[in-house]
Design a protein around this ligand. Structure first.
Ligand SMILES: [Zn+2]
Ligand SMILES: [Zn+2]
Length: 179
């Protein structure tokens, strides 16, 4: 446990499990106008030549619920191919899953068991459905690495991408330890 208190909103969380304040992270993602791209929006499916996944139908109305779930419970990874930092969270209880839409189709079919937010710390962040099994396989192949800890010796917190320091050791600090 490495409890930190957000300097922006006073929310406290375990920064060894989640790199950033889940409250501020949720608000940030929700503020992005292109977080849900048309390609992944189940309410405006156009037939495509390729497989794609869509988020649940209720995502636009319940975005804060889904985004909080990822911000609070997700796992952070770095893709070695493009150095992208992304977040993955399995579908939580009381939560719908996203689905695959086959090439040429406009109907979501096979359900997925989680959500990914790619380019998660950038303005280009966007969300789609993905399976835990795919993430685990790419970790096993060495294509994805779990996000590393803070570079400060002995600090258990995860680093804040794209930097190498945690919320407390960033300059200026994004969080402080309990007094
Ligand atoms: Zn906060
Ligand atoms: Zn640190």
């Amino acid at each position: 446990m490495a409890i930190e208190i957000c300097t922006t909103c006073d929310h406290s969380w375990d920064a060894a499990r989640r790199p950033m304040c889940p409250n501020c992270q949720t608000q940030h993602w929700q503020s992005l106008p292109n977080l849900l791209r048309p390609k992944h929006d189940p309410n405006q499916i156009q037939p495509l030549k390729v497989f794609r996944t869509v988020v649940p139908y209720d995502f636009p109305a319940s975005a804060s619920v889904y985004l909080w779930h990822v911000a609070a419970n997700g796992s952070a990874f770095v893709s070695l191919r493009n150095r992208d930092y992304f977040e993955f969270a399995q579908v939580g209880p009381q939560m719908s899953s996203g689905s695959t839409v086959a090439p040429g189709s406009t109907t979501p079919t096979t359900p997925h068991d989680g959500f990914v937010i790619v380019q998660a710390h950038q303005p280009k962040a966007h969300i789609f459905a993905q399976d835990l099994g795919v993430i685990q396989q790419r970790v096993a192949e060495g294509k994805y690495l779990p996000l590393q800890s803070c570079v400060v010796r002995g600090c258990p917190n995860l680093r804040v991408p794209p930097g190498d320091r945690c919320v407390e050791h960033s300059n200026p600090p994004l969080a402080r330890g309990p007094i």
